[in-house]
Ligand binder design. Structure first.
Ligand SMILES: [Zn+2]
Ligand SMILES: [Zn+2]
Length: 333
């Protein structure tokens, strides 16, 4: 069985379930745990059967519910190492400090490192660092996982979440350009140009079916173009209409960011790819990550239809538009 279910797509949260054989993975965890479970039920998917979460990049709309969902289901999270680090930094809000305060912090950290080394030498294991901020943060996380209905009993002082707000049941690293397998699903991550630490798109393969996932990219690089060849399903970003963005409510700096080579793909750019570089082989083309402020589903659809120029039919290039607030019907192969 091969199935592809978009649960949410857009700047307020992204999540998709990909099923291949007996394996089921969640691509990005941008919804809260509660909302994710609600949408999965709506789409006929069972949260309890998820085997893993794979993450494209650390922007909030892709990782908002990550820790709670992974802990609740007790499943591993697949990241690149740089994305994992960036996610951990996101969990620990940065504070402004003066130069003097920064020097003082460096001195303190050096002293802590020395003390740690001594502890390791003497006892074989480092002490857990503990500060007021960490205790506060972990208390909040523990509360969140209890509220989410965690099957675990009340957190004890030994609870891993208590000492580390970034605690996950298991973490697996992958690298762009190096395919790997999760159960019956093959996962091929590729680099995309986007303003995150180490963002990737994916091609998922199961039972000979290839499903490509490419959102949050400033432009279609030659490598991305190569990755999107010969796929049976193409999920492609169609973020904004250029005119709507230009005349829209965003401040100038944000408009520049969206339009940049590490921003988001416009309807026009997605259509340009579909018209000139796309091989037309997919059964389904899903337009995704549409902006709610700077796009309309009909504008995205018309631009893509025009680009496909009659190649869209019931048998090939069936065009769908993924939504922010409701799941798309599951696609079966
Ligand atoms: Zn995004
Ligand atoms: Zn992003």
């Amino acid at each position: 069985m091969v199935r592809f279910t978009v649960l949410a797509s857009g700047s307020k949260g992204n999540s998709t379930v990909v099923t291949g054989g007996r394996t089921r993975i969640l691509v990005d965890a941008g919804l809260s745990c509660r909302e994710l479970f609600r949408r999965m039920k709506l789409a006929g998917e069972d949260p309890g059967t998820l085997d893993a979460i794979v993450v494209t990049h650390e922007h909030q709309d892709h990782i908002n519910g990550l820790a709670v969902i992974a802990r609740r289901l007790g499943i591993p999270v697949y990241f690149t190492e740089a994305t994992h680090r960036a996610w951990m930094r996101w969990l620990t809000p940065r504070r402004q400090m003066s130069y003097a305060q920064w020097l003082e912090q460096c001195r303190r950290q050096a002293a802590e490192r020395q003390a740690e080394t001594r502890t390791v030498d003497e006892e074989g294991e480092p002490d857990e660092p503990e500060s007021a901020v960490e205790v506060q943060a972990s208390a909040e996380i523990s509360k969140a996982s209890v509220n989410a209905g965690s099957a675990q009993s009340d957190p004890t002082p030994q609870d891993p979440v208590k000492s580390d707000p970034a605690w996950l049941p298991a973490v697996e690293y992958f690298q762009a350009g190096q395919p790997f397998a999760i159960g019956d699903l093959n996962v091929s991550p590729f680099t995309i140009p986007h303003d995150a630490a180490d963002p990737v798109g994916f091609v998922f393969t199961a039972e000979g079916v290839r499903m490509a996932f490419a959102t949050d990219l400033g432009y279609v690089t030659p490598n991305v173009r190569a990755q999107l060849k010969g796929v049976d399903l193409l999920l492609l970003e169609s973020n904004h209409d250029l005119e709507m963005l230009r005349d829209g409510p965003y401040p100038w700096s944000v408009k520049q960011r969206v339009l940049s080579r590490v921003g988001h793909l416009s309807n026009e750019a997605a259509a340009g790819f579909l018209a000139s570089a796309y091989d037309g082989q997919a059964a389904y083309v899903i337009l995704a990550h549409l902006s709610e402020s700077n796009n309309l589903p009909e504008l995205a659809r018309v631009a893509a239809e025009r680009a496909l120029a009659g190649r869209a039919s019931l048998l090939a290039n069936r065009l769908l538009v993924a939504a922010q607030h409701e799941p798309l019907s599951a696609i079966h192969f």
